[in-house]
Design a protein around this ligand. Sequence first.
Ligand SMILES: [Zn+2]
Length: 412
Amino acid sequence: MSGFTTPLAEELAEDVLERFLRYVRIETTSQLDRTQCPSTPGQLELGKLLAAELNEIGLQAVEQDENGYVFGTLPGNGPVVGLLAHLDTSPDVSGAGVEPIVHRGYDGGAIELPRNGVVVDAPLLREQAGDDVVTASGDTLLGADDKAGIAEIMGAVAHLARHPELPRPTLRVGFLPDEEIGMGPRLFDVERFGARCAYTLDGSTRGELQSESFTAAEVLLTVHGVDIHPGEATGKMVNALRLAGAILATLPADVAPETTSGREGFIHPFDIHGGGGEATIRIIVRDFEDDLLAEKVDRVRAIAEAIVGAEPRARLDFSSRAQYPNMRDHLAPFPDVVAKAEAAIRAEGIEPIQNPVRGGTDGSQLSAMGLPTPNIFAGGHEFHSPREWVTVQDMAAAAAVVVRLAGEWAGA
Ligand SMILES: [Zn+2]
């Protein structure tokens, strides 16, 4: 779908774009295996800027806490409703020196970026001919995930602050660090945030409203072999890498991210390292049902135990940990939370798209922590890649949905 959804969206567009272009230039790539929160200093820099802008807009109780979380309150009439987005970008692709390009009145063809021969071209993009498309320059991601969400929330609360006559509940804005490494909710104080529910603006296509995510676990397998000089290895060496390779080769090929879709789960080895003496495999396991997730974890364990167990001199360490739950069951007791988002999206003239997310959001964990938090579209596409793109029209639509969501909750 192309064009502006409503005059409200059109009115919000340039402010949202201007903010977006400012935020993406700040490098906020998060870092796995963090030793502090946030994992990288750029997130503090962006947070500081946002806190200053929230103050400028006129929000109350604006603060950036010691862990880099940014909060602010726009008082209103009704319950306290949260608006959330994340400060960091994916460690998969560089986010250093992002140079956004606005392709005004996109012509509907492939977009060649100036660096690294990167071409942005996708059926969904072609559908948006005529819109203003924003991309990076080819050597970095864009960071629409999730700076589009941040810009939309900022644009929406700025609009509400400028128009005191518009209905709104008390809105609590929150910007979280380290979502991409799964740590956003870790130091989030739900009690102190004090909202009845919240919405992340971290989805993709215009109209998306997500109230169901993966349930997720990570498995760590370490194979211990017997390492010895290869010249003297006859009858003695047990090569941990060969055993690890056999485990990988035995994992079911039809239960992989590349061979599943919709509501199917998968087993995905994503890292292997080590040597002949010891090798470690890291695997993520995903499903929409906890019992099916547990079955898949057991299946990985059975395969690894059978292969390593066949060699009496080898040893296996197996561990698994929960990463995040499906938010569905935690949202079910609060049907009005999703219903009001649906109504707000419809009020913007958009038909809500409700597919389960093949991933997790901060809302997956926050919902389980007692803050029901579905996910609303932010407009970005091809996240975590140098081909990432978003249109001004979709960002404006998301910002307008936030203004309408405020209207839905006012006085509730
Ligand atoms: Zn995101």
